[in-house]
Design a protein around this ligand. Structure first.
Ligand code: SF4
Ligand code: SF4
Length: 278
């Protein structure tokens, strides 16, 4: 159900990672959210994480928690605590969790790592991922989070992949889908940006084209992102001339991937939502 689609382990080596972090520091980045794929499986993660910390960045991690049970990982996070670590939860029992993640033993490893991280007093919040396969355990997942006294959010609405393909959508649990709030603007590319594993900066995780190669262009290239953001937010392509854009619930980059994936309009577009409401 991942918005990245099929992933390959690829990207910058350690020298490139250091260069990317230095460009970010030069740009004045003070908050860095490290995500993936799964960031904790990268053998270079400890060195890169330490370096980002040395550069004075406030670090936040998005992780599936599959490696938290390892002492080497937990020790690093206890020594240099992230400001927050957000952990995805895919079920409340081994049978369901392992089915959703297609990984035997994944639940036991996750539960052990979560337990250790809680006892280490890391600042954790949980992202409960509600899908067709685990929806029957939604209450049990909420109860688990409450038992641990951890804040949690629920995610049931899946996006198409950033490549504009629809494979995450069938995993949604129809009865758990929620209405997105109306889109009122987003400072992507202005107050924050995204960098992919090759150091290409884009306005956000979804609107990845055009982008700026921070490794070759350095911090000066970032000045172009504001203009790129302004262009990407225009209601062009399949949204051209839309009379309902004032009440639209998705930004243009998100609408574009839904349109490319040929997702049902009722999932994202006011035209489809109005049809359903009639
Ligand atoms: S997907 Fe849209 S709302 Fe989300 S960060 Fe990008 S531009 Fe902003
Ligand atoms: S309502 Fe639909 S067509 Fe109109 S701007 Fe939003 S996504 Fe595009």
């Amino acid at each position: 159900m991942c918005y990245l689609g099929t992933k390959r382990f690829e990207g910058l080596g350690m020298a490139g990672k250091r260069r990317l972090l230095e460009v970010m520091a030069e740009a004045g980045v003070i908050w860095l959210q490290i995500t993936g794929g799964e960031p904790l499986i990268d053998p270079a993660f400890p060195e890169a994480y330490r370096y980002a910390h040395e550069l004075g960045m406030q670090l936040e991690l998005l992780s599936n928690g599959s490696r938290l049970h390892k002492a080497s990982v937990l020790d690093l996070l206890v020594e240099l605590p992230p400001s927050k670590i957000s952990l995805s939860v895919y079920g409340a029992t081994a049978a369901t969790y392992d089915t959703v993640t297609r990984n035997r033993g994944a639940f036991d490893r996750f539960a052990e790592g979560l337990d250790r991280a809680v006892r280490a007093a890391l600042n954790i919040d949980l992202s409960l991922i509600i899908t067709r396969q685990n929806a029957h355990e939604a209450d049990a997942m909420r109860a688990w989070a409450k038992r641990l006294r951890l804040p949690f959010r629920e995610y049931a609405n899946m996006s198409p992949t950033i490549h504009g393909t629809a494979e995450p959508l069938p995993s949604q649990s129809p009865e758990h889908l929620t209405h997105r709030a109306p889109f009122t603007g987003c400072p992507a590319g202005v107050t924050f940006f995204h960098a992919d594993p090759f150091g290409r900066a884009s306005i956000c995780k979804v609107g990845r084209e055009p982008n700026v190669d921070l490794i070759t262009e350095g911090v000066e290239g970032l000045a172009r992102l504001g203009g790129i953001a302004a262009d990407l937010m225009l209601r062009t392509g399949g949204c051209t001339g839309c009379q309902l854009s004032g009440t639209c619930r998705v930004c243009r980059p998100m609408a574009k991937v839904f349109q490319e994936a040929k997702a049902p309009l009722s999932h994202y577009c006011q035209h489809g939502m109005q049809e359903v409401a009639r």
